[in-house]
Design a protein around this ligand. Structure first.
Ligand code: G3P
Length: 224
């Protein structure tokens, strides 16, 4: 699925503020703002909430899938199951759910098998280069040390972003680059786009905001 960019990918993680009915509430906020602004916003809830969040009409990605097929894989995540629950894509190798290179490759294969769009997460230019070589749809570079700090990667470490954009261009220009970690404001969004990405991957700046709708509108305001 070719996603319109710029792109905002909102990771609900395991924040209690974004589970169950709260996941649906935040998804509805994403849908309202996406319709008002025309900006693509993807919700990334926990597995049990995929179906209810997808039912709001907002595009949904899974936080993870495994590179497995049908069979005896207790506790793993089958790509077909998240697709049938309403997801249209998935994160792979988030820093909080790290995989080996072989696992990432297998997960991309499972996503391709089921038509899921893939965002492979990386933590620096070298891992971005390796991820791009596997041919995902997107790579999202996120220095783990900035995650959850409110210190945006777009200003704290712009070189990791521009370096990742350049690295991916040299490997597969068809792979698009996102960045994340500490992103929360319109100025962070604008900076990320100016550094050559097509959007952002974020979580706490919106999910844990006193008013997630106001926080998301401020983020979007950074897109001219
Ligand atoms: O998946 C995005 C996430 O890792 C970034 O976290 O809280 O810094 O926006 P946060």
């Amino acid at each position: 699925m070719k996603l319109e960019t710029p792109l905002v990918v909102l990771n609900f993680k395991t924040y209690i503020e974004a589970t169950g009915e709260n996941a649906v509430r935040i998804a509805e906020i994403c849908g309202d703002i996406s319709r008002e602004t025309g900006i693509s916003i993807i919700a990334v809830p926990q597995l049990p909430d995929i179906y209810a969040v997808a039912d709001t009409g907002v595009p949904v990605f899974s936080q993870h899938i495994d590179g497995i097929g049908s069979g005896s894989y207790t506790g793993h995540v089958l790509a077909e199951s998240v697709r049938d629950a309403g997801a249209t894509g998935t994160l792979i190798n988030h820093s909080e759910r790290r995989l080996t290179l072989a696992d990432i490759d297998a997960a991309i294969g499972a996503a391709r098998r089921t038509g899921l769009t893939t965002i492979v997460c990386s933590n620096n230019v070298a891992t971005t280069r390796a991820a791009a070589a596997l041919g995902p749809d997107f790579v999202a570079v996120e220095p783990p040390e900035l995650i959850g700090t409110g210190i945006p990667v777009s200003s704290a470490d712009p070189d990791v972003v521009t370096g990742s954009v350049d690295a991916v261009l040299g490997i597969d220009p068809g792979v698009r680059v996102l960045c994340g970690a500490g992103i929360s404001k319109g100025e962070d969004m604008r900076a990320a786009l100016e550094l050559g990405t097509v959007g952002v991957l974020l979580a706490s700046g919106i999910i844990r905001a006193p008013d997630p709708k106001t926080a998301l509108m401020d983020l979007i305001s950074g897109i001219e």
